[in-house]
Design a protein around this ligand. Sequence first.
Ligand code: AHR
Length: 506
Amino acid sequence: MKASVTAHRDYRIATIDDRLYGAFLEHLGRAVYTGVYEPDHPTADANGMRRDVIDLVKELNVPIVRYPGGNFVSAYNWEDGVGPRDKRPTRLDLAWHTSESNAVGVHEFAGWCEAAGAQMMLAINLGSRGLDEARNFVEYVNGPAGSYWGDLRKANGRAEPFGVRHWCLGNEMDGPWQVGHKTPHEYGRLANEVAKTLRAFDKSLELIVCGSSNSDMATYPEWERVVLENCYDAVDHISLHMYFNNKAKNTAEYLALGEKLDAYIGTIASTIDFVRAVKRSRRKVTISFDEWNVWYHSMTQDREMLAGEKGWPHAPALLEDIYNFEDVLQVGCILNTFIRRSDVVRIACIAQLVNVIAPIMTEPGGAAWRQTIFYPYYFASRFGRGDSLKLSVTSPGYDSQVADNVPYLDVSAVHDEAGGTLTFFAVNRHGRETLDLDVSLQGFGPARVGDHQVMTSARLEDVNTLANPKAVTPKPGSGAKVADDVLSARLAPYSYQMIRLKLGGA
Ligand code: AHR
């Protein structure tokens, strides 16, 4: 099978926003407790945070982390998580049917983000609560000392404001499962009032309003139209979520879901443009795709717990999907889609980061290890910074329920002019045939292959585990070369590839 691509240095889509490689950490299962926070762990720092996990987060170069939920936030009282630990209440978490000790709150999360080199993106409870708590929370986090909330923060050990810029106005408010679920009219009005109030506090905040929980929601995409018509000029981003699954055990259909993701982004980009035109607004709202990942492997085992049949345990194992090699291909395609749509997707967060549908797993008291999907996320986050390029792609394809003519070659390219590199991320969606790839390189000058990493595996079901954490890892590729301004490479069946060209004579 052959595929050909043309890459021209002037055919830019956008400069990729670093926040495209963000992540999400919720008070859910073992994400926080025994995930990032485990005071008795041998690697714990003075704040009780696992250094082995921080090291892996740093390896992923995560720029921003959304916290504390998720569904959790819609019945969360942020005040429970501040002040002396021994006075913090244990609450029942209604979203996940567990107990929340509140040993970790906004101060501890801020310290962890600082250690991990990431910005904070905080979500506000607009489910069980409303405007007053929102403004108090923002004032507590960002207000100066000398005010009631600023002084309380100071008394709790932090004199300087945290200076958090990104605020999510609730979570999945379109979802009937959400505590405080609303109609788009109710939510749009509330979001506008909250945004207006927070802007009175600080005009420079970046505010993220809830879009659809997924594109199968009955209210999609009317939800986005109505919500944005209520608050367009007060917000900066609209949040979208999507989880991918292969419950049907149909790899071709599974790997075609990137097309569904692309259509979802395209539809909401058009809805934004529509509302912008209705409003005669100069403002350009963009997309924060702040929950995305594969999620289905753990659903059967979680059923009883989520139905409340196991009481209210603290930090039980929940949503602990063990990812396989097939998921590497999916995550590669998802990230390629975000790179190709970086004109409108400015923020994206893998959901989640540790233990809960996560690239990083931990053993209480033991090791932290990398899931299979750690690697495509690692490559994109490390090397996918710069300008995304509009490629011309000719590839054979296949018809699926999601879309016709899904190309076997899924590819994106990022040009880092300052760093002198051009990086291709490619997935061969064909399970039996090798793809012979030719990329015509136009306007880049001399180029050579600087790095080529490949992920393949004997079986799509292959996984990494605590006992065997290196079963599925990238290996150096061979045979990719540049001659006469053409990059040629052979992409093995069902493979993920990162090919990084060094530009210039050096
Ligand atoms: O990430 C798990 C859950 O998925 C989040 O809490 C919620 O926002 C979404 O439905």
